[in-house]
Design a protein around this ligand. Structure first.
Ligand code: PAZ
Length: 337
């Protein structure tokens, strides 16, 4: 595995990195002056490009449901929110009306002079509360959106966000819900296709993350079968928790496909990185059940069928619990001073 410092030394930041860094700096300075609590929510999956000038890449299933819903609930608890998400994944507020849903709520009325567009009366009750919350979050500048696509973009943005969050000390929460790839192709090992080879290549790739994924896979192409070697991504939770934001309340998520490994793996992670909380979930049941694993305890949060049918989202109690723990964490830090 590459060491985390080598990773940054050998991979260039994305083109929009300096713009995002300025936005993060401005947002954090403003909220720190106001003594606000702040949360970095990471959301969605990272890609692993297979070549320079990327046409093909490895992706994963994450839609950003957990992160985008959680961001809304943190706003309800008066946290300033940095929403660091995969480009084009679900976002707070707009997530409620995806695809054609939004157009289906609109009516258009034409007369000879002009056209008027209006929300259908039976959609107002659904749309108005979401729009009102969105407007408040934007007008009070309580949310900042920054996005990534590849695992390298994600790593650069994560470190830049941490640099800005360090000043908040105990008032910062890191809520790391993104599904970050465990492997990647280092810059110097990437395929550099000739323009002709690119044109010839007709195959599309979509590797699904799986427990059995071996770190070396063959990449087929129209011209034969080049072999690609996938390297392990350094575990950034190590420098993050011990060096970048050592005083923050760091929460990581752990996704498993095997229920029997859930708590063992979560506890391993806590022992290794010494952060505050792991929220463990199983792929198939993640929308209605999670397990909170702390250094001393583990317990389950779940939604009943009735609660799910009523439209309750599991992110609401998850965030309420994290906020409660964060409050206790701040109080005990204050008592020590
Ligand atoms: O984005 P989503 O709602 O579809 O999925 C959420 C999740 C399963 C990616 C998240 O809850 C999670 O477990 N993230 C960490 C994944 C990991 O173990 O790296």
């Amino acid at each position: 595995m590459t060491h985390w410092e080598d990773f940054y030394n050998t991979h260039l930041p994305p083109a929009d990195f300096e713009d995002n860094r300025s936005l993060l700096k401005e947002f954090c300075e403003r909220h720190n002056k106001l003594q606000n609590r702040i949360v970095l929510v990471t959301s969605g999956g990272t890609t692993v490009p297979l070549e320079h000038n990327t046409v093909r890449f490895v992706d994963n299933f994450s839609a950003g449901t957990r992160g985008s819903a959680s961001a809304e609930y943190f706003l309800d608890h008066d946290y300033a929110v940095i929403f660091m998400h995969r480009h084009k994944s679900l976002e707070p507020f707009t997530r409620h009306f995806t695809g054609q849903q939004f157009f289906d709520m609109l009516d258009i009325a034409d007369n000879s002079q002009s056209s008027t567009i209006a929300i259908k009366p039976d959609s107002v009750d659904v749309f108005a509360p979401v729009l009102a919350k969105y407007k408040i979050a934007r007008e009070t500048q309580m949310i900042l959106y920054v996005n990534f696509t590849s695992v390298v973009d994600y790593m650069w943005l994560l470190r830049a966000a941490c640099e800005c969050l360090a000043a908040f000390e105990e008032r910062a929460v890191l809520y790391l819900a993104a599904a970050v790839s465990d492997f990647y192709i280092p810059e110097d090992m990437m395929h550099r296709p000739s323009p002709v080879a690119l044109l010839k290549s007709k195959l599309k790739f979509h590797f699904v993350r799986s427990q059995n994924f071996s770190p070396t896979h063959k990449m087929q192409s129209g011209d034969g079968a080049p072999t690609i070697s996938l390297q392990l991504v350094p575990k950034m939770l190590a420098p993050l928790a011990s060096l970048w934001v050592p005083h923050a309340f760091v929460v990581s998520f752990k996704l498993e496909t095997d229920e029997n490994l859930l708590i063992v793996k979560a506890r391993d992670s806590l022992n290794k990185y010494k952060h505050k909380l792991v929220i463990a979930n199983v792929l198939q049941t993640r929308k209605h059940r999670v397990v909170f694993v702390t250094p001393t305890d583990s317990y389950e949060l779940h939604l009943s069928r009735e609660q799910a049918l009523q439209g309750l989202e599991i992110e609401e109690p998850i965030v309420a619990d994290v906020v409660q723990k964060h409050g206790d964490f701040i109080s005990s830090a204050e008592q020590r001073q």
